[in-house]
Design a protein around this ligand. Structure first.
Ligand SMILES: [Mn+2]
Length: 303
């Protein structure tokens, strides 16, 4: 289903911050709801069901998970399996799943769930590539690994459901990239993931870049797209409340045009919005902005 074919949306929250070192992004789902996500989507004509939040322990209750290996890996893998099942169920019912994070490690669950239902192209909008493995990551934080896991890198447990076929690297596009770890860069260069960094956006403009993104998915024969939107893709000046801010991000209008061009293209059928950190935010501005962007993606237009 794409947003043009279905008027049903199911929201699920994943209040998880186990994939990174700093507290706060576990409150992202609440911030997005407080910013009026449901009412905004209903005003666009959707029937919205909020499925509530998945159960996620805090780091204090989860100290033993991943012992001897990656912190919290077992728990994040368990949450991701539950999220995959939830998103797959929503997609099978012909509704559009929107997963609210939480740190980005959860996207290995949502994407794997949708992928089990249908072949999708994945647009990863992010300042980072999230392409590390346990051996390349300087921090060992799981939120730096979900995209790699989705195309078959370790830790494989992060991405459940993939016996049905993992994502081909060629079916993935990263947009807005501006921060890579050294060995992560080498890994990414070996793979056939298409990358449009901030440099391409600066040089050619976001409209040209977005046309190339959409042409790439067309060339791959993809008629369903999943958008995994990391709020740190936005410039910290307009989005201060994010997990890992990096200067030089998407402007307000660039971000809206991305969403508007995706809406016009009408292949998007599922979405994550992740890494909002209300503790670092300024009066919930970042969540407000993300709600506006979701509305743009799902059909709100100026005229
Ligand atoms: Mn990310």
């Amino acid at each position: 289903m794409t947003w043009k074919e279905s008027n049903k949306i199911c929201i699920v929250g994943v209040p998880m911050d186990l994939g990174q070192g700093r507290r706060g992004v576990d409150m992202g789902p609440f911030a997005l709801r407080y910013a009026g996500l449901e009412a905004r989507l209903e005003a666009l004509g959707y029937r919205v069901t909020d499925l509530g939040n998945l159960e996620v322990p805090g780091p204090e209750q989860d100290a033993r998970s991943g012992e001897g290996g990656l912190r919290h890996l077992e728990t994040v893998a368990r949450v991701n399996r539950a999220l995959a099942e939830c998103c797959a169920g929503v997609a099978r019912q012909g509704a559009i799943p929107i997963a609210l994070g939480g740190d980005h490690s959860m996207a290995a669950g949502s994407v794997a769930g949708i992928r089990a239902v249908e072949r999708i192209g994945l647009l990863w909008v992010d300042a980072h590539a999230d392409f590390n493995t346990p051996s390349t990551s300087p921090s060992s934080n799981l939120h730096g690994m979900p995209l790699g896991a989705l195309i078959g890198q370790e830790p494989a447990a992060l991405a459940p459901y993939l016996d049905d076929g993992r994502l081909a690297p060629e079916d993935v596009v990263i947009l807005g990239l501006r921060s890579l770890d050294r060995e992560e860069r080498a890994l990414l260069r070996e793979q056939k993931v298409r990358v449009f960094s901030m440099r391409e956006i600066d040089a050619h403009g976001i409209a040209t870049v977005m046309r190339q993104v959409l042409e790439h998915f067309t060339w791959r024969g993809l008629d369903r797209l999943h958008v995994s939107f990391d709020s740190d893709s936005l410039d910290p000046v307009i989005a201060p409340g994010v997990g890992t801010p990096v200067p030089g991000g998407l402007s307000y209008r660039e971000a809206h045009l991305i969403m508007e061009m995706l809406a016009d293209d009408s292949r998007v059928g599922s979405l994550d919005v992740v890494e909002i950190n209300p503790i670092l935010d300024d009066r919930n501005h970042t969540a407000d902005l993300c709600v506006e962007l979701v509305a743009s993606l799902l059909g709100q237009s100026i005229l």
